[in-house]
Design a protein around this ligand. Structure first.
Ligand code: 13P
Length: 247
């Protein structure tokens, strides 16, 4: 089955790493049926674009501004990303929600801005450990989804990938269990059916401590359309194996 395999470098690597990474990834995944998206830091886009050219690998950003232009020192706009050859942007990553205090309202504004500029969105959703232990995970992710998608039309969901990333599984070496993933993806799909209708299609990927040893059984889950990979995507050999796998 064709899956969507996404890397998130977070704030790792330097631009001069990107040439070798891009060339190797393009070579090693040539002929793969999967959709591959790499999300390096902004400084790497130009090099990534140059050396991924001719491959089907797409480039994503890890964030985007909610406004179009102007007096916003240090921010990056959707049109800048688009012009730099970027087709996707991650919005609402838990690190941005917690460290940079991004609210559900801001995330909703960012999604609208990205879509209006022709950028596709990877929307991150996921509960923390305390919420999970208090048995509040299902209600929490439903609320996050409702708030993020307020005012988004059904036809725009073609350009949205939901990444279920439980915070307690990110960078901890401990993934959610297959049962957890199936349950939470089911909750998200049901909420999409409630918000739109039961024929509405949406791609949902999982992220959180996927690595070269555990990727296959997770990504092969029929309920999942793919994976969002942090730490393990920094190693181009490992990421290529995951990205070219026939699921
Ligand atoms: P890890 O794969 O390092 O757990 O990170 C997941 C993630 O946050 C991807 O966005």
């Amino acid at each position: 089955m064709r899956k969507i395999i996404i890397s998130n470098f977070k704030m790792n690597t330097v631009p001069s790493d990107m040439k070798a990474y891009s060339m190797q990834l393009a070579t090693k995944t040539a002929g793969s049926k999967n959709k591959i998206i790499v999300c390096p830091p902004y400084t790497h886009f130009c090099i990534a674009k140059q050396f991924l050219d001719g491959s089907k690998i797409e480039i994503g950003a890890q964030n985007v501004s909610d406004v179009e232009a102007g007096k916003n020192t240090g921010e990056i706009s959707a049109s800048m990303l688009k012009d730099a050859g970027v087709t996707y942007c991650i919005i609402g990553h838990s690190e941005r929600r917690s460290k940079f205090k991004e609210s559900d309202r801001l995330i909703n504004k960012k999604i609208k801005m990205a879509l209006s500029q022709g950028l596709k969105v990877i929307l991150c959703i996921g509960e923390d450990k305390v919420t999970r232990e208090a048995k509040g995970a299902c209600a929490f992710v439903k609320n996050q989804l409702d708030d993020a998608l307020k005012g988004i039309y059904e036809n725009e969901l073609e350009s949205v990938i939901i990444a279920y990333e439980p915070i307690w599984a990110i960078g901890t070496g401990k993934t959610a269990t297959l049962k957890d993933i199936e349950k939470m993806v089911g909750v998200l799909r049901k909420e999409i059916a409630y918000l739109y209708n039961d024929k509405t299609k949406i791609n949902i990927v999982y992220g959180g401590s996927i690595d070269i040893n555990n990727y296959k059984k997770i990504i092969s889950l029929p309920c999942l359309d793919g994976a969002l990979i942090g730490g393990a995507s920094l190693d181009v050999d490992n990421f290529s194996v995951i990205a070219r796998e026939n699921y």
